[in-house]
Design a protein. Structure first.
Length: 145
């Protein structure tokens, strides 16, 4: 039976993240910082591997990157693509031309992806088969709000 779940980046997840890191056999430390407003960085050390994050969630994320790619994490086997830029470009188009430049297949994927997002997060339904202009207006109004 599949349920629903929503977890957000918040302090109420820090202890769980630290417990998970500890359960993987890491020793965890806080390295202090000179800035008054910043506690410092969290370090996880196991053997000759060190992972550093600004908070427990980032630390767990860094460890997850290493677990999925190994020591040569920068030369991983994942396809070469800039997902960060792609996600930002989809969310913050400069004009409708950004959507007009997409192939029909890529536009169809964009609409399908945002249908999921709207249903689950915005709690609204996207119109069925929106035009590129309509999609631009919908996305643009979402991020300008």
């Amino acid at each position: 039976m599949e349920g629903t779940c929503r977890i957000a980046d918040a302090m109420n997840t820090y202890n769980l993240a630290l417990k998970i890191i500890k359960s993987k056999g890491y020793k965890i430390f806080l390295y202090p910082d000179d800035r008054e407003e910043y506690l410092g960085d969290f370090w996880a050390i196991k053997g000759d591997r060190e992972f550093i994050g600004g908070d427990p969630l980032r630390l767990l994320g860094i460890i997850s990157i290493w677990e999925n790619t190994g020591d040569d994490w920068q030369n991983n086997n994942f396809p070469e693509e800039d997902l960060y830029d792609e996600i930002l470009s989809r969310a913050l188009p400069d004009s409708v031309d950004d959507f007009n430049d997409l192939s029909d297949e890529k536009f169809k994927i964009l609409v399908s992806d945002y249908s999921i997002f709207f249903k689950n997060v915005v709690e609204e339904e996207l119109p069925e088969n929106p035009s590129r202009q309509e999609m631009f207006e919908i996305i643009n109004s979402l991020y300008e709000a």
